[in-house]
Design a protein around this ligand. Sequence first.
Ligand SMILES: NC(=O)c1ccc[n+]([C@@H]2O[C@H](COP(=O)([O-])OP(=O)(O)OC[C@H]3O[C@@H](n4cnc5c(N)ncnc54)[C@H](OP(=O)(O)O)[C@@H]3O)[C@@H](O)[C@H]2O)c1
Length: 293
Amino acid sequence: MLADKTIGVLGAGNMGEALIAGLVKACIVEPRQVLASRRSEVALAYLADTYGIRTTTDNKALVAQSDFVVLAVKPQVMARVLDECAGEFHDGQVVISIAAGITTAFIESRLDGRAGDRRQGPPGRTGIPVVRVMPNTPALVGEAISPYCLGRYGSSEQALLASQIFSAVGVTVQVPEAWLDTITALSGTGPAYVFYLLEGLIEAGVAMGLPEHLSRALVRQTVFGAAKLVTETTRSPQQLRAQVTSPQGTTHAAMTYLDAQGFLQTLQQAVFRARDRAAELGRANDGQNSQDH
Ligand SMILES: NC(=O)c1ccc[n+]([C@@H]2O[C@H](COP(=O)([O-])OP(=O)(O)OC[C@H]3O[C@@H](n4cnc5c(N)ncnc54)[C@H](OP(=O)(O)O)[C@@H]3O)[C@@H](O)[C@H]2O)c1
């Protein structure tokens, strides 16, 4: 159903590139169906050379030519970019945002208020459909989880098409928008918690005298194996941990220390902070919105 559709990736940085790579590699679309924009011409030349896609520095041209517009800029520049391009959005398009904290209502209000003509007026199902997606960086290896929700306009069929785009980089799941800031903190930010854990373990190995390359290899394969195990078994993480924790053994000594230090509480507080920051980014944009209007 995506045949002959143009997918415009506006702000093709890390996540945008991951999506482009996935789309092209999984043959979800032909490279010529993808159009990417950002300001750096050098970076765009790299994207064109690597993936065979079309590129432009002109966001307006991208919006005018795209059936699906993936907004992949940072949350802080979203309002500016929407205002710049508002006049180019048109019927038949689906707008997909991956920006942390930015609500579908914010994007809709920006498009309804600025694009003029038929999209203005009383609420109805006539506006441009906006889908909000929260992928994560394992998109780079086709293993993202991308929860998504649909705003007030559009059909479930359009939401499904948007999810089909993100299925190029992993798994998708539809969720209520009210959960998206929490999801941003949990799975959007999630890989960073795991990477941080890896850093700590590698450093511990080195501190105890192992060569760094060995410590790195041990930790990397351990985390990979643990992730595979938790994915392929019906046992919970707690049960898997209990299985390797014998009384007075080595794992028991490590877990007792972590518990005494409040490791889980600290981790959970960190996730709560990330969720609060996502909400804050959304409010900052809403504030900008009301000041502007
Ligand atoms: N990284 C993650 O783990 C992750 C996960 C889920 C969602 N997200 C969301 O994904 C979005 C992008 O994150 P990212 O990590 O990919 O950031 P990023 O690498 O900085 O990508 C954003 C890109 O936007 C471009 N840009 C900035 N201003 C622009 C403008 N006016 N017009 C066109 N392009 C512009 C920048 O390129 P130029 O400087 O060349 O313009 C940059 O490459 C964010 O909203 C973030 O919340 C990120």
